[in-house]
Write a protein that binds this ligand. Structure first.
Ligand code: AMP
Length: 325
């Protein structure tokens, strides 16, 4: 077994670091940001070299690594950015709830048994990505009609409000800014997701009537829109981010780098966090040239570039093992 200390010394000997990522999701931003910070870049693609990068020369990786499947990538991923311990806490919805609620972050109420549904609820399946398969139920009858047998689910109260996906960056290395017990917290942008078909469904009338013609709402993300928060909500936004990070430090040594709190703000101006994504989210792709928030820290700073900057800072300070794991 290789000790953490020896990994640290190997890492700090690296001079020529390459930033590598999968050719999807937020890769244009990551390659562009890495290049801005002077790194060479490697695009990992399945099957054949993707052509679309030819259309975006400033975000085209220097080289490609072609693999047969995502499993191959996992085998070879040596030093991912961030703390891999976070995955255990993010992927399990129960652990996510334990983390956030014990941090004092307010989440939509959990309904333990479908028989107890006494208000509109949102039912989510474990492991479902991008809202696929989730459904709204107003009572137990609705639930029974829509639930798919054999799948693990969780039931939350349906929160009526407006959705904001807040993009944070936690740097354990930073020495100035919004200081935490160690390092500092930044807010690099906010987006809202476009979701098909729920976002357009209202045009066809009431849900009950739609169900009769077998049309059911789905929440599949198809794009993102930039938003800014009402300024008086910013203190609360920072407080929530701070709580999530501080608790992560206590629970598993800290979530490092980009993360997103997926929130709904009610008409009482209260945030409810329905999910945490502990990595770069696709909504940050809106802000490749900076955001109304990053304009006030460093103009032109995207989340992709911020990751590269963190790696560069760690490298210069001989602290790579603190940001790669
Ligand atoms: P998720 O699977 O948690 O990412 O949720 C997918 C989408 O469902 C979100 O983007 C929201 O539009 C919606 N959503 C999730 N949880 C709730 C909730 N508790 N109340 C209302 N809408 C929700």
């Amino acid at each position: 077994m290789v000790s953490r200390k020896s990994i640290a010394s190997v890492l700090d000997d690296y001079e020529d670091l390459v930033v590598a990522t999968v050719c999807s999701h937020s890769s244009l931003q990551i390659f562009h940001g890495a290049r801005q910070e002077g790194f060479r870049t490697l695009g990992i693609a399945i099957g054949e070299r993707p052509r679309f990068y030819d259309a975006f020369p400033l975000a085209k990786p220097d080289e490609f690594l072609l693999v047969d499947s995502y499993a191959d990538i996992l085998d070879r991923a040596d030093d991912p950015f961030g703390n891999r311990e976070v995955l255990r806490w993010e992927t399990d919805r129960e652990k996510q709830r334990e983390w956030l609620t014990s941090a004092g972050v307010s989440m939509p109420a959990k309904i333990e048994r479908p028989q107890d549904i006494d208000r509109p609820v949102f039912v989510k399946y474990y492991g479902a990505k991008g809202g696929r398969g989730a459904f709204i139920a107003k009572n137990y009858e609705d639930f029974k009609e829509s639930i798919r047998p054999g799948m693990k689910y969780t039931i939350q109260e349906y929160v009526v409000g407006t959705r904001y996906y807040i993009h944070y960056f936690y740097s354990p290395l930073a020495t100035n800014g919004y200081a935490l017990s160690k390092g500092a917290l930044e807010m690099l942008g906010v987006d809202r997701r476009d979701e098909a078909n729920i976002d357009e469904m209202y045009k066809l009338g009431a849900q009950e009537a739609l169900r009769k013609i077998d049309m059911r709402p789905t929440f599949v993300v198809t794009g993102n829109m930039p938003v800014v928060l009402r300024e008086s909500l910013l203190p609360k936004a920072f407080e929530m981010g701070e709580r999530a990070v501080e608790r992560s430090i206590a629970l598993f040594g800290g979530m490092i780098g980009p993360f997103c709190l997926e929130t709904i703000v009610t008409d009482r101006l209260e945030f409810k966090v329905f999910e945490i994504s502990t990595r770069i989210v696709a909504g940050t792709n809106l802000f490749i040239a900076g955001s109304p928030y990053s304009d006030l820290t460093e103009p032109g700073m995207s989340t992709g570039r911020r990751i590269a900057r963190e790696i560069r800072t760690a490298q210069k300070q001989g602290r790579l093992s603190e940001v790669l794991s």
